[in-house]
Design a protein around this ligand. Structure first.
Ligand code: URP
Ligand code: ZN
Ligand code: ZN
Ligand code: ZN
Length: 506
């Protein structure tokens, strides 16, 4: 096999604390051809020539982050998100993330396979780290069903997102949700929902505009927490009715998080994904006097004005009521946001996060004392890898795993700023946040792609990662329930008495 970078096919990470979701151990890590070959004390791989050695003394060696939710170069709301698959994945690796899962989203009536091929053609020449694609189901027909099957069986897709909001654009109704969830269950896929009541949002927006509320605060006011919580509850109820595992994307409110937490306690197979934004900042920004500042935080579902929301979501994440973290990275600059300067419904929805997620979670989760380093790994990579069937290739440092690794300095700090970030956007929703926990080096498939602030990566080096159906972590319980938890008819002797002979005519 030819190697673009011969010098880096063999790598030794020395003296760090290797952190997986279940334990931490001081060990060296030896990597060859992109795969972890040995983990143990005092490794001395031969020959010493041509070996890249990284010193990780007093540092943590963690699996690279997996961001379960991004929208790079997404054509949306009359614009296109600024971070493309190049700047977006470059920013990812600068922040310690080595894999993203983006969304291929067809218009209503359009082919899912074509959407998948389009997004893949955008990503392949540009990605700097590995990636996969969820596919959205925005309408329903037999063709959609056939395409879902083919995407699962031929294209390595094992998750589909359904929108309960964006009326007339992406929104599907309960009947369509039922059909899509049933199909996911048959195929061994994970159903994802954007949980907001799209009808209530449409009505609420009209009401706000009629009241003269045209600014970004109207975006939150027309879709308060219960709009998110109601849809979350409805999605869980429908998914449970067909025994389909459910993944609730971008959990933004305490109310919706409580619904998920309760459902998990009732034994339902449901997972919640808070994002860097909902864990790191809040919706008070919508009331900022500076329009551009307020608009920069507009996303759906919105950030919540209750300032205790981020801490609450972090508590639930620490205790496994919530399971995974993404970012919903979908950046629009101020000029793009200004499409809605006179009408908040026209502000393109989306915020940044792909570069900041790991540091924000370390700061608010680990530094604060809410979670330990192992839980940090669980919620930033391992759980995502398990749910989307990438484990233990991704989300673990062990012999045979892909060498997607980050050397993490838990003591170092950095201040997040649009002036220094690598994202294409000119605004950062975490501006000024001081974070402990800094990625010193990021390794993608055994190559040091980022070290000490410098990149060594070219567009297209990342790879598309296929995800097989029926992730055991999710589907073992589903399959068992399918076998033993079906209702059965009561065996009884047939009724032999009289049956009323009269029929009533109106
Ligand atoms: O505001 C958001 N979330 N933009 C991206 C589209 C979506 O709903 O995930
Ligand atoms: Zn080789
Ligand atoms: Zn969404
Ligand atoms: Zn999204």
């Amino acid at each position: 096999m030819a190697h673009q970078n011969l010098a880096q096919q063999r790598l030794l990470i020395k003296g760090g604390k290797v952190v997986n979701d279940d334990r931490s151990v001081v060990a060296d890590v030896y990597v060859e051809d992109g795969v972890v070959r040995q983990v143990g004390p005092n490794l001395n791989p031969e020959p010493p020539t041509g070996l890249v050695v990284l010193d990780a003394t007093n540092k943590l060696v963690i699996p690279g982050g997996i961001d379960t939710h991004t929208h790079m170069q997404f054509p949306f709301m009359g614009s296109r998100s600024k971070d493309d698959f190049y700047t977006g994945t470059k920013a990812a690796i600068a922040g310690g993330t080595t894999m993203i899962i983006d969304f291929a989203i067809p218009q209503k009536g359009c082919s899912l396979t074509e959407a998948f091929d389009t997004w893949k053609s955008w990503a392949d020449p540009k990605v700097c780290c590995d990636y996969a694609l969820h596919v959205a189901v925005t309408w329903w027909s037999n063709k959609v069903k056939e395409e879902m099957k083919s995407l699962v069986q031929n294209k390595g897709v094992n998750s589909f997102k359904m929108f309960m909001a964006y009326k007339d654009v992406y929104m599907v109704n309960d009947e369509e949700l039922y059909a899509a969830f049933s199909c996911c269950k048959e195929l061994g896929a994970v159903a994802q929902v954007h949980a907001e009541n799209g009808e209530l949002i449409a009505q609420g927006a009209k009401k706000m505009l009629a009241m003269g509320i045209t600014g970004p605060e109207g975006h939150e006011l027309c879709r308060p927490e219960e709009v998110e919580a109601e849809a979350t509850q409805r999605a869980i109820t429908i998914a449970n009715a067909v025994n389909c595992p459910l993944f609730v994307v971008h959990v933004m409110s305490k109310s919706a998080a409580r619904v998920i937490s309760n459902a998990r306690r009732e034994g339902k197979v449901v997972y919640g994904e808070p994002i860097a934004a909902s864990l790191g900042t809040d919706g008070t920004n919508y009331w900022n006097k500076d329009w551009a500042h307020a608009a920069a935080y507009v996303m759906g579902p919105p950030l919540r004005p209750d300032p205790s929301t981020p801490g609450f979501l972090m508590n639930l994440l620490a205790n496994d009521d919530l399971s995974v973290t993404g970012t919903d990275n979908c950046t629009f600059d101020i000029c793009q946001k200004a499409l809605g300067k006179d009408d908040f419904t026209k502000i393109p929805n989306g915020v940044n996060g792909v570069e900041d997620r790991m540091s924000v979670i370390w700061e608010k989760g680990v530094y604060s004392g809410k979670m330990d380093e192992n839980r940090f790994v669980a919620v930033t990579s391992t759980n995502a890898a398990k749910i989307f069937n990438l484990y233990p290739k991704k989300g673990r440092i062990a012999v045979g795993s892909d060498a997607d690794i980050v050397i993490w300095d838990p003591k170092a700090t950095r201040t997040i700023s649009a002036k220094t970030h690598h994202q294409a956007n000119n605004f950062n929703i975490f501006e000024g946040m001081v974070c402990h926990g800094v990625p010193v080096a990021t390794i993608s498939r055994g190559k040091v792609v980022y070290e000490g602030g410098a990149f060594n990566v070219t567009a297209g080096e990342g790879k598309y990662v296929s995800r097989p159906p029926f992730p055991p972590y999710v589907y073992k319980r589903v399959r068992q329930r399918e076998q033993v938890c079906q209702p059965v008819p009561v065996k009884r002797a047939p009724y032999t008495g009289l049956v009323s002979a009269t029929s009533i005519t109106p």
